[in-house]
Design a protein around this ligand. Structure first.
Ligand code: ADP
Ligand code: ZN
Length: 466
């Protein structure tokens, strides 16, 4: 924004082209598209709705983790309906329009009404729409902006053709005033893609690049479990860049597989500064995890393990086999998971008799899971089906708040420790009983720096290392 323009209604600030984005560009997310298709139909055909006396919701809230295509979907609604698209981000109000938030909101709606029918998209609405907690010295500025937004929404009649879409990944932090009927009263979940969705997203983005015959998107989608649409788009582009670096004119399966690791774990560090002794520890640590997992489930627990240091700081990288879209986990399965988290450290203890800092992330994960079992999943006999904790944010890390007395907290802490300890002992027991396989697998990984799930199972079952 230019300096002199402050306070003026800069006429074109909000209008954006939607770059002709359509629903077909957004892969997966079928439920979200279905819900939004009604808006498109309304914008095409408002009479159909007014005739019956039905009015469209004024505001829809797109809710989901970052990079899942919320912005894309909003643009696609405008693209499909062929109407103007006004877009602004909540954080812009806070950072750029200091002191003028309210007037900017008024401005935005004035323009939108002139251009109706149209779509107004407010990204990161939580930046202005946070709960007003009545704190002293609260953020007046933000509150005025929010009030103005509410006033505008209440002011215009339904069926005037202005549809407001807003996106957030922290829906629980929104002021209840925003989600009241007549405001953002419809919620459209936009979740991380499942296996099929990931495959479709990869294919959409791969349309732009040249592919070798060996490319198999199903496998890539399986390997990239837990990634968002934005990350998948990034994986395809990284693969194309890798092909260029190699002076090739097409992208291979290997390019895509390496790119998953790049996007998730960072680039390979070229001149790794890991000593031989450290490399050995990392090899045993990673095999420790995998072996504990394998012995508990009797199946290949990993797609691949590499012990090449990454720019993200990770010393190794393990690509887990995807749990076949499982919705329920038993208590035993959760306990096994905890044992698997402790498996890396357990291997270090058994083989080297000393411990390293390498297990910090494992410790965090194991603790989180153990805590959840006790405080939220009702998996401790003493607490029965009583919730000790509630989840605050399901999309960003899922932090929780305690809902119990100080004495109970103490007891929870004790139970968490006991649970992790028990599984840690189990992991050590498993590794001691399979020491021979542990050594063979770790030696293989140490030498080759990479082991696939098939190789892992082959060596585990006593086959010679190739
Ligand atoms: P959000 O608004 O949810 O953070 P965006 O809509 O900005 O996410 O998505 C960022 C990028 O990720 C898009 O430009 C697109 O390249 C890619 N992307 C995300 N979800 C999808 C999807 N479902 N289909 C195709 N591409 C997607
Ligand atoms: Zn580990």
């Amino acid at each position: 924004m230019q300096f002199g323009s402050i306070g003026k209604s800069n006429a074109k600030v909000y209008v954006q082209s939607t770059e002709g984005i359509h629903f077909s560009d957004v892969a997966g997310e079928d439920e979200a598209k279905e819900s939004l298709a009604e808006i498109v139909d309304y914008l095409h055909n408002p009479d159909k709705y007014t005739e019956v006396g039905a009015s469209m919701p004024k505001g829809l809230l797109l809710v989901g983790p970052p990079g899942t295509g919320k912005t894309m979907l909003a643009k696609a609604v405008a693209g499909e309906a062929n109407v103007p698209f006004f877009s602004i981000s909540g954080s812009e109000f806070v950072e750029m329009f200091v002191g003028m938030g309210a007037s900017k909101v008024r401005d935005l709606f004035k323009q939108a009404k002139e251009k109706a029918p149209c779509i107004v998209f407010i990204d990161e609405i939580d930046a202005i729409g946070k709960k007003r907690d009545g704190q002293l010295g609260g953020n007046d500025e933000r509150e005025q902006t929010l009030n103005q937004l509410l006033t505008e929404m209440d002011g215009f009649e339904g069926n005037n053709g202005v549809i407001i879409l807003a996106a957030t990944n922290r829906p629980e932090s929104l002021d209840p005033a925003l989600t009241r009927p007549g405001r953002f009263d419809r919620r459209v979940p936009v979740e991380l893609p499942d296996l099929k969705g990931r495959e479709e997203i990869l294919k959409v983005h791969a349309k732009k690049i040249k592919l070798a015959d060996d490319v198999d998107f199903h496998t890539i989608a399986r390997m990239a479990s837990g990634t968002s649409g934005a990350e998948l788009a990034n994986i395809v582009n990284e693969a194309a860049l890798r092909a260029v670096r190699d002076n090739r004119t097409f992208v291979t399966q290997a390019d895509l597989e390496e790119s998953i690791e790049v996007v998730i774990a960072g680039y390979q560090k070229k001149n790794a500064i890991m000593s031989d002794a450290e490399k050995k520890v990392v090899a045993y640590h990673e095999i420790g995890h995998a072996l504990v997992a394998a012995m508990q489930t009797d199946s290949a627990p990993v797609q691949k393990i590499t012990i090449i240091p990454r720019t993200s700081g990770a010393l190794g990288y393990t690509m887990q086999v995807e749990q076949n879209d499982k919705c329920l986990l038993t208590k035993e399965e959760l306990e096994n998971k905890i044992a698997t988290y402790t498996g890396g450290r357990a291997a270090e203890e058994i083989v080297f008799g000393q411990i390293t800092t390498g297990a910090s992330n494992d410790i965090e994960q194991a603790t989180k899971l153990a805590r959840a079992m006790i405080t939220r999943y009702g998996m401790n006999e003493d607490f029965d089906m009583v919730a000790m904790e509630t989840v605050n944010n399901q999309y960003l890390g899922g932090d929780t708040s305690l809902a119990c007395s100080a004495e109970t907290q103490k007891e929870i802490d004790k139970k968490v420790v006991a649970l992790v300890k028990e599984q840690h002992e189990k992991a050590k027991q498993i590794l001691r009983e399979n020491r021979d396989a542990l050594d063979r697998l770790a030696q293989y990984l140490y030498e080759k720096e990479t082991i696939t799930g098939d190789e892992f199972m082959h060596i585990l079952k006593g086959g010679a290392a190739q």
